[in-house]
Design a protein around this ligand. Sequence first.
Ligand SMILES: [Mg+2]
Length: 232
Amino acid sequence: MKAAFAHVSLITFDLDDTLWPCHAVIHAAEAECYAWLQEQAPRLTARFTPGQLREHRLAWGSSHPGIAHDLTEVRLRSLAALLDDAGYGVELAHAASDVFRAARNRVTPYSEVIDALAVLRRRYTLVSVTNGNSQIEHTPLRASFDHSLTAAEVGAAKPDPAIFHRASHQSGIPISSFLHVGDDPVRDVQAARDLGMSTVWVNREARSWPDEMVIADLEVSTLSALVDILID
Ligand SMILES: [Mg+2]
């Protein structure tokens, strides 16, 4: 199997649900932000439940496709509009966004991740590529990558290829030498394969691969399995 990856010199990693569990962190960040709003903007929280704020945000993103890839900006502008309606200033939306982001960065990587990345980095250039709005420099993986890219900064979310092209430009390594590692069949595996990259599907929850899609070059349940295959 190792021979199949002999051409690889750079590995890109998805973050959410690949290197850390995501759902509980976002749920906690939403709750913390809403509790903060109850204190700071009670007229807003009297009108909107957390679910209604979320619905407004999703609708706002759908009706503004030009920034839909930037979840932080969508959250900020949606909230700013509702706060304005309730008679509050835009500065409160920025402060609420800061509360959310601080909590969103309180991720806990899966247990093997930090050590596995350290081993892989001795041989490969490592780049994180996320559609999400965590800030890698404020997470436990702040020192694990050579470069870290987000959909917000490259202007498009995976499966759009922009983030992979940016990784190639920054590193000076051609995409044909990339291996991408991620949990999402479409945004990670198919997106990377369409660019000619090698692909690894991280399947931590024993999910079934979608019948209609071409499988990844390799499926693993942890990064330790990937290290075993790539490193002697
Ligand atoms: Mg993911």
